[in-house]
Design a protein around this ligand. Structure first.
Ligand SMILES: CC(C)(COP(=O)(O)OP(=O)(O)OC[C@H]1O[C@@H](n2cnc3c(N)ncnc32)[C@H](O)[C@@H]1OP(=O)(O)O)[C@@H](O)C(=O)NCCC(=O)NCCS
Length: 330
């Protein structure tokens, strides 16, 4: 979509365009109009941005990022009713943040996010990340509807999500070290997620089909999923026997990949070994260290230990970020 783009919001002519230095006072005014809880969700603190902060945000966006504003024509001038921006945070990723005025919510948020995603894609960014408070149901719904993955972080009070700028699924950021562990199911459902990330493995969790996504899961529609394709190990944590788990297991079995698949039976029965191949049962009641031991064994399958003569070094669960990428070294 080319900018500026004109739309009608609540019966008023509104223009979506890139923010300029002259917009600083209007943007400060917009932030001032937001309830305290919205500011907390946007800035993850009770911080109230002033002109200096907003100028710096626009300046930073000029270094490989962007700030878009939705500017409404009012009877006596202009009013910013929404903003959305991103700043580069990695080789091919950028962090996004956005707000919509309380009296203009409903569809403007999803629309502005679409425009931002397209802008980022055109700028060569593959994934946008967002740091979200767990109680931010509106933003969580927005990200889930696009198909998002969660990166387990150190701080459980802030959730980090990724959305892709092309297609309906994010991809692994180019600078995610290997081995890469894809958790299918909630990151919170598998206690090993955070620990695995802490030990230097790259971990992403995808909630899979459902969970409010408006586009079908690629795995279930015969297409390839970039998260699965570029993972080294897949851990399926959905309840065994649930339609989701069964469909995903079948899709994994049919696809032509070689990742070890670890399946948590979640206290119920495990999958039928005659129907599904290449999986290892993962006891959901096992201690975190036992889960990690099993994960390590699966990683060894793709990246045998250095002590094994003639073979390459590997990260292992405690290998740290400097570890040799498993597949690249093959
Ligand atoms: C997040 C935000 C930008 C979304 O804007 P919006 O889409 O115009 O606003 P809404 O909150 O009305 O709706 C977003 C979606 O969440 C859903 N939603 C809203 N509140 C919800 C709730 N309490 N529970 C579940 N879903 C909810 C809406 O139904 C909508 O989904 P739909 O498109 O499928 O109908 C806006 O709420 C906002 O500015 N929040 C404060 C700042 C913030 O949180 N920014 C994000 C962090 S950077």
């Amino acid at each position: 979509m080319s900018l500026p783009h004109r739309i009608m919001v609540a019966g008023r002519a509104t223009t979506i365009r890139e923010a300029a230095r002259e917009d600083v006072p209007l943007l400060v005014e917009h932030y001032r109009s937001l309830p305290g809880e919205d500011l907390r969700r946007r800035f993850l603190s009770t911080f109230r941005p002033d002109e200096r902060f907003v100028s710096a945000w626009i300046d930073r966006s000029e270094q490989g990022g962007a700030v878009l504003v939705a500017v409404e024509q009012t009877d006596d001038g202009e009013r910013i009713v929404a903003d959305a921006g991103y700043v580069p945070s990695g080789k091919d990723t950028a962090e996004l943040a956005m707000t919509v005025a309380a009296d203009r919510r409903g569809w403007l948020g999803p629309f502005l996010l679409d425009v931002l995603v397209e802008h980022a894609r055109d700028a060569g960014i593959a994934d946008l990340t967002a740091e979200i408070l767990p109680n931010n149901a509106g933003m969580l719904a927005l990200l889930r509807s696009r198909g998002c993955a969660q990166r387990p972080g150190e701080d459980p009070s802030v959730l980090e999500f990724l959305i892709g700028t092309s297609g309906t699924t994010p991809s692994w950021p180019a600078d995610s070290p290997r081995p890469r562990v894809l958790v299918e199911g909630s990151a919170a459902a598998w206690p090993g997620s955070r620990m695995a990330a802490r030990t230097g493995l790259s971990v992403l969790a995808c909630a899979g089909p459902g969970h409010g996504r408006s586009h079908p899961c690629p795995m279930l529609t015969g297409r390839s999923c970039p998260l699965v394709e570029e993972a080294d190990v897949v851990v399926l944590t959905m309840p065994a026997g649930s339609p989701c788990a069964e469909q995903l297991l079948a899709a994994h079995t049919e696809r032509d990949g070689d990742q070890p698949l670890l399946v948590s039976s979640n206290g119920g029965r495990g999958p039928d070994p005659d129907r599904y191949v290449r999986w290892t049962p993962l006891d959901p009641l096992a201690s975190v260290s036992e889960s990690l031991r099993q994960l390590r064994a699966a990683i060894d399958e793709i990246a045998p230990p250095a002590s094994d003569a003639g073979r390459r070094d590997h990260a292992g669960v405690s290998g740290g970020p400097s570890a040799v990428p498993a597949r690249a070294a093959r």
